[in-house]
Design a protein around this ligand. Sequence first.
Ligand SMILES: [Mn+2]
Length: 317
Amino acid sequence: MEYNWKLPIVLVSIASILIITYNVINEDILPSATMLLPILTTLPQVITVSDPKDRLIFIGDIHGQFDEFKDMLDTKIGKLDTHTTVVLLGDFLVKGPDSLKVVDYIVSHQDNIKFVFGNHEILLFLAYVQEHLGLGNDHLLFSTDKQFPPKTFKPPKKIHKELIKKLGSERLHHLASIGSVTLRFDLTLTNEVLFAVHAGMLPGDFMEKNQIPPIVELIDMKYVNEHDWTKSAREEEDVEHSKRWYKLWDDCDKKFDNITVLYGHDAKKGLNIRKHTKGLDSACVKGGQLTALEYTYDSAKGHYITTLHQVQSHSSI
Ligand SMILES: [Mn+2]
C-alpha cells in the first residue's frame, strides 16, 4: 500500500486550524461576552413574611470573617429551617481572611441566606469588569442608574483586584445574578416594612413616587445635605449642611411610622439602634463584634420582638 504522506499533513493542518479557532473563540470572543455581568438589580426585591413562625435575622458587615459568621449561626441562630431567613447587610467580603468560604457558604444556602451588596462587593464587580473588559470603570450596569460609578465613588484598590482572581468569574457571576442592592420585607401580620440596605436610605425612598435613590446613596452614604436630600456623601466634608442620614428618620413624617431600615457600613459609629434605623456594623474585622438582630413574632402579644446577638471577633487588633 502506498503511504499517503499528504494525509497526516492535511490532518495536522486541520487540527491546528481547529485549535487556533477554539482559542480565538475562547480567549478573545467568548470571554468578552461571558465576562459581562448581569444587570444589577436596584429596585427592592420584595419578600412577604406572613407566617407567625417565620423569623428574620439581619447580620452586619462580615468582611470575610467566616469563623465568626459560622459561630453566629451555630451558637446564636441555630437551624436554618424553612421559617428562617438570614439577611447579610453587605460588605460580607474583602479585608478578612475567608471571603471564599463566605461566598461558598451563602451560595450553598441561598434558600435561607439573602444578602444585599455593599460598597466592597460593588468594588469587586468594578475591578472585574475593568480587568477583563478594559472598558474603564463606567460599565457596571444597574437597572436604574444611568451611569455608575459617579466621580465621588472611589475606584477599586489592590485588595479588590487580588480577591477577584481568587473568587473567579463563576462565583462573581453567581453573586451578581442572585444579589441585589435593596431587599424589602413586608411583614403582613403587623403591616410593618423592613428595608435592608448596606449604607442607608432616606425617608420616602422607594415609597414616594419618583423617589428612587441613586446606588451610591444605598451602598456608600454616611452624610446627607439636610436641606437637599438629593446630595449625600461618604465623607462629611463632601456635602454642605451635612447631617448623619439616619437622623432624618428620627423626626420623619408619621406616614413612615411602619418603616425600619437595617444597615451596616458604619463601623466607626458602631452598633446604632434607633426607632426607624438599625445600624449593625460593629467592626468585626477590626477586633470588635459581629452583630445580628433577630425578628420573631410574638403571637400572644401580636407584635414582633427583636433580639440582639453578638459574637466577639477572633481577630485582635
Ligand atoms: Mn461599607
